[in-house]
Design a protein around this ligand. Structure first.
Ligand code: F6R
Length: 242
């Protein structure tokens, strides 16, 4: 595991974007595994800038996202599809036919998960998987305390996640109760993994996940077993480790 220490969020975003850019330049038809959340927003903004400046070409790139809320349509502004479109897809020359997320509108969870696994297999697996890190160590929606689930699965959101998300919705009844997420096994099969982390509020979990015991209680700790992981973290996020 390689840890790259950056000055701040902006520096983290630039370095992470450069790593993704290098992947796209070296393999123009690569498969990128993508994440949502607040941490990668700056990374996507940097990739958009590099594209606008003529340094990056996404025309042959395929993307598969980590997760999607069950029950939200693509045009719902809280859906992860909407997020990806807003921050990246609509701003670069990626072919949207080559961008994939679990189908949040599929009510049959088993079918949605099976079909997403088929999509990931069909594109030949992930070359570079981008991940954020949850405060409790989750990656994707793979929450602590469950066995490492290998493939795409349907997760019941915890009460604390529902409470935390309610600020984005008109009422708590509108907050999705479930989400589809890529499994830990699929994440571990990515050829390379890139984790972005920022802020002092992540310092404790960075220490546990990357310097502590490997346990389902801290899902991200499994990444210590991956052969090619780069963590790009700012000083604040690394403040509890040497
Ligand atoms: C996003 C995802 C989540 C986030 C994590 C960190 O697709 O799967 O695991 O990466 O919750 O979120 P932020 O970056 O908002 O702190």
């Amino acid at each position: 595991m390689k840890i790259i220490r950056t000055k701040d969020y902006d520096d983290m975003s630039r370095k992470a974007a450069n790593i993704i850019a290098a992947q796209v330049i070296m393999k123009p038809d690569c498969v990128l595994g993508l994440a949502t959340g607040s941490t990668p927003i700056g990374t996507y903004a940097r990739l958009v800038k590099q594209y606008q400046e003529g340094d990056l070409d996404f025309s042959q790139v395929t993307s598969v996202n980590l997760d999607e809320y069950k029950g939200l349509t693509k045009d719902n502004d809280q859906s992860y599809y909407y997020f990806m479109n807003d921050h990246l897809f609509s701003k670069v020359n990626i072919d949207t036919k080559h961008t994939f997320l679990p189908d949040g509108t599929e009510p049959d969870s088993e079918k949605a998960c099976r079909e997403y696994d088929q999509i990931i297999a069909g594109v030949g697996g992930v070359d570079l998987q981008l991940l954020g890190l949850g405060h409790n160590g989750h990656i994707g929606f793979n929450e602590p305390g469950t066995a490492f689930v290998a493939r795409t699965n349907c997760v019941d959101l915890t009460e604390s996640t529902i409470q935390a998300n309610k600020r984005f919705f008109a009422s708590i009844e509108d907050v999705p109760r479930q989400a589809y997420t890529m499994g830990i096994g699929t994440i571990m099969l990515a050829k390379k993994v890139l984790v972005v982390v920022s802020g002092a509020d992540k310092a404790a979990i960075v220490k546990k996940a990357f310097f502590g015991a490997i346990t389902p209680e801290v899902p991200a700790s499994v990444l210590q077993l991956h052969r090619d992981v780069t963590v790009v973290a700012d000083e604040a996020a690394l403040s509890e480790v040497e």
